[in-house]
Design a protein around this ligand. Structure first.
Ligand code: CP3
Length: 345
């Protein structure tokens, strides 16, 4: 078993190179994914353990990354709540029954992950038989999942979400509360099935003010992180807007904070408590650079974090669908070829 990721999360990655895995390492940039996707609907792939497991393994086989992330989506919880999730070409996720009122919140059913999301546990069980690298489970953070439920899909302004937040915070919190409880149940199920670590994605947190972030993002991520950490499983917290919010994420005391490309990792290292690992933060658009320039960008980040016993190489956000697999391979090879100076840590 390759333990680089788990060692880095525990702060004991000694003198080895940092582990590398990439957000959205599975998916549309891979021809082998597109070949399967031509034959199956995206949600059908998530719901079919054999297909989801196969797609999870594709980037592990092709690139030799140091971790797998289970193939699913942050919005399967919205689907499980019966809100009518579908994905439309070019439009992204669409939620038919948007949640807009207090009445909509109280109408949400009480569901158990084991009944509605069991296919994710089955996918994890299949993967655990095959993998020789750690498997990361994941979920959306309540604020980001709520924003999709409220907007009915992807938004650039989050108008309905922010209006609700400022007009009727009590019912807004009731919605977050509901999603947080389901998320804890869902992640516990993933841990029971064998997930070695868990990442929470708060993709749209950069739309929030400092104070609102504490109230509607951090509070719920902390509650979820505490519940999972109590099981002895490391939790990684990711949000966009981490250039500002990383010190707040650290207040939740997760195993790691995953940051976007708007901040200096070495400067953050000085601020974030030493026992919290850092993950990130190459600009995903660096994958469009010519090979030599990409290698320079990757090496610059590796040099910047050299000697750290708890650094995890990743992008600041996911791989875009039009990135070439050759560029991703160059990134991974460059991290793996890095020979850090021996440290005494
Ligand atoms: O490899 C991995 O990272 C694991 C799989 C994964 C997917 N979605 C697969 C996927 C993960 C971790 C996610 C998380 C996710 N989903 C987030 C948080 C991370 C982030 O990227 O910010 C968000 C915001 C979503 C919601 C979502 N799902 C969007 C915006 C889209 C893209 C819509 C589009 O068509 O552009 C999806 C669909 C999706 N999720 C795809 C994949 C591979 C593409 C589906 C397809 O094949 O058509």
């Amino acid at each position: 078993m390759n333990r680089l990721l788990l060692d880095a999360l525990a702060g004991s990655n000694g003198a080895a190179r940092p582990p590398v895995w990439l957000m959205r390492q599975a998916g549309r940039h891979l021809p082998e994914y597109r070949a399967l996707r031509d034959k199956h609907d995206f949600l059908a792939m998530c719901r079919t353990p054999e297909l989801a497991a196969e797609v999870t393994l594709q980037p592990v086989r092709r690139y030799g990354v140091d971790a797998a992330i289970v193939f699913s989506d942050i919005l399967v919880t919205a689907d499980a709540l019966g809100l009518g999730l579908r994905f439309e070409e070019g439009k992204g996720p669409i939620i038919e029954k948007a949640v807009r009122t207090a009445k909509d919140v109280s109408a949400l059913p009480d569901i158990a992950a084991a009944e509605t999301l069991h296919y994710v546990a089955e996918t994890i069980a299949l993967l655990k038989k095959e993998l020789t690298v750690p498997l990361i489970g994941f979920a959306g953070a309540p604020f980001t999942v709520a924003s999709y439920m409220i907007e009915g899909g992807t938004s650039t302004t989050f108008r309905n979400t922010k209006k609700w937040l400022y007009n009727d915070p009590d019912t807004f919190h009731a919605l977050l509360e509901k999603i947080a409880e389901l998320t804890i149940d869902y992640l516990n199920m993933q841990v029971d099935a064998g997930a070695d670590a868990v990442q929470l994605f708060d993709t749209w947190a950069h739309s929030l003010s400092w104070n609102a972030f504490k109230e509607v993002s951090l509070r719920y991520m902390k509650r979820i992180a505490d519940a999972i950490a109590a099981r002895g499983v490391p939790v990684i917290l990711f949000c966009r807007g981490s250039g500002a919010f990383a010190p707040l994420l650290a207040e939740a005391a997760p195993a790691a904070v995953s940051v976007d490309w708007t901040c200096s990792l070495s400067a953050l290292r000085q601020i974030i408590p030493a026992d919290i690992a850092l993950q990130g933060n190459l600009d995903p658009d660096a994958l469009y650079a010519p090979r030599a320039a990409l290698q320079r960008e990757v090496n610059a980040l590796l040099k910047e974090m050299e000697g750290s016993s708890n650094y995890i190489f990743n992008l600041g956000h996911g791989i875009a669908p039009d990135v070439s697999p050759e560029a991703v391979a160059t990134l991974v090879e460059t991290v793996k070829a890095f020979e850090p100076l021996c440290t005494t840590k």
